[in-house]
Design a protein around this ligand. Structure first.
Ligand code: PMP
Length: 383
């Protein structure tokens, strides 16, 4: 089976798997315990924090370990909104965020906060000026993702962060960096970013491990109360093996960033060229989108049917994104980009990993051409 769904999850790197197994076997002590077994877990966690901080170009004390980006996003958004609620109750985000961001804001609306959902342009990006114009006296937080998980559209987060800090230094800026890390270079420290979320399993690390960068001086209302781990902002015994595995994955992703990006660009370009021979196919990813994601629609064809046809040929792709692929709703992201309902209901996402080659792209185009021919021959029943 050829796997083309790396934006949903990636195969863990063999070195990551080895590391996790070793830590599970030899370092099972609770890192908060005072004996030697606890101490060895604590040291590993300390080292993992240093490695993660280095990969992000930030200080180790600015890293909070979490169970993944869903938690990091919830922690950043609700934690900041609740912590600074006396400053103001206005929050800003975009219309194309991941559900873990979007739904956090919807929940806060229910608690009396006011949220501006900034629209996007036809390429899926927000207009920097539209974000700036949405800022009010009582705005406490702006949250914009780096790379969109469905289309790969790249948001101008560095420009937004810098302008925001220049004009409104007290407004906090959160970036969901899940689909951008290791794929689209970003200097966190130079970009006015106060909070930045990551998930390990998108970069060949384990599932259930992530982090939130919290700039020194920023306080968050803790969503999880308990033993006071992670500087009191995230209680709960740390998942030492997974976090050590995440640190390894982050380091490897950073080391291979340039090489990976070049490889993805080539494969993606080959796919785009191949798709040109399928006239009814609508490409939803912008030409200057992230190198590892290509999203398209085949209006009138049920994406699940296309997906299963490709699967019969040994190729795994995705309809929409994994987090919303089990709902029959049209894509909120594509509708926000001004796509028709038909296009928004028939999206398919290909996302690349570092193992893919130009031959894989050719295989995919061949299988897609075959699937489309077969399905076009079946009158009705497909819509
Ligand atoms: N943000 C984005 C942009 C994502 O793609 C994902 C994963 N689909 C998440 C957040 C949530 O990550 P996780 O499911 O690992 O918590």
């Amino acid at each position: 089976m050829k796997y083309f769904d790396h934006a949903a999850s990636t195969p863990p790197h063999p070195e990551v798997i080895r590391t996790i197994a070793e830590v599970m076997q030899a370092h099972y002590g609770n890192p908060s315990s005072l004996h030697a077994s606890g101490e060895s877990g604590f040291k590993l966690l300390h080292r993992a924090r240093e490695v993660c901080a280095q990969a992000l170009g930030v200080e180790p004390s600015e890293i909070v370990f979490t169970s993944g980006a869903t938690e990091s996003n919830n922690m950043a958004i609700k934690g900041a909104a609740l912590q600074y609620r006396t400053r103001g109750k206005h929050l800003i985000t975009s219309m194309v965020e991941h559900p873990s961001v979007y739904e956090s804001f919807r929940q806060l609306e229910g608690l009396g906060f006011e949220v501006t959902f900034v629209p996007v342009q036809t390429d899926g990006t927000v207009d920097i000026e539209a974000v700036m114009q949405a800022v009010r006296k009582d705005t406490v937080l702006v949250s914009i993702m780096h790379v969109n998980n469905e289309t790969g559209s790249i948001q101008p987060v560095a420009e937004i962060g810098r302008e925001l800090k220049q004009k409104h230094p007290r407004v906090l800026f959160h970036v969901d960096g899940v689909q951008g890390f290791g794929k689209v270079p970003l200097q966190i420290k130079d970009s006015g970013i106060d909070l930045y979320s990551l998930s390990a399993h998108k970069i060949r690390g384990p599932k259930g491990a992530g982090l939130l960068y919290v700039r020194k001086g920023v306080q968050l209302f803790p969503l999880l109360s308990g033993g006071g781990q992670e500087g009191g902002v995230r209680s709960g015994t740390e998942n030492v093996p997974a976090l050590v595995g995440m640190a390894k994955a982050l380091r490897l992703a950073k080391e291979k960033e340039g090489e990976n990006i070049r490889g993805w660009r080539n494969v993606r370009q080959r796919l785009v060229e191949g798709m040109a021979s399928l006239p009814e196919l609508v490409l939803n990813s912008p030409a200057d989108g992230a190198p590892h994601i290509l999203h398209f629609s085949y209006p009138g064809m049920k994406p699940e049917v296309v997906l299963h046809c490709l699967e019969e040929d040994g190729l795994e792709v995705s309809t929409k994104s994994a987090c919303s692929s089990k709902t029959s709703e049209p894509s909120r992201v594509l509708l926000a980009m001004g796509k028709s309902m038909e296009v928004a209901q028939s999206g398919i996402r290909i996302s690349l990993g570092d193992e893919h080659t130009a031959e894989d792209a050719d295989l995919l185009i061949e299988a897609l051409t075959k699937a489309v021919k077969r399905l076009s021959g079946l009158k009705g029943g497909l819509k």
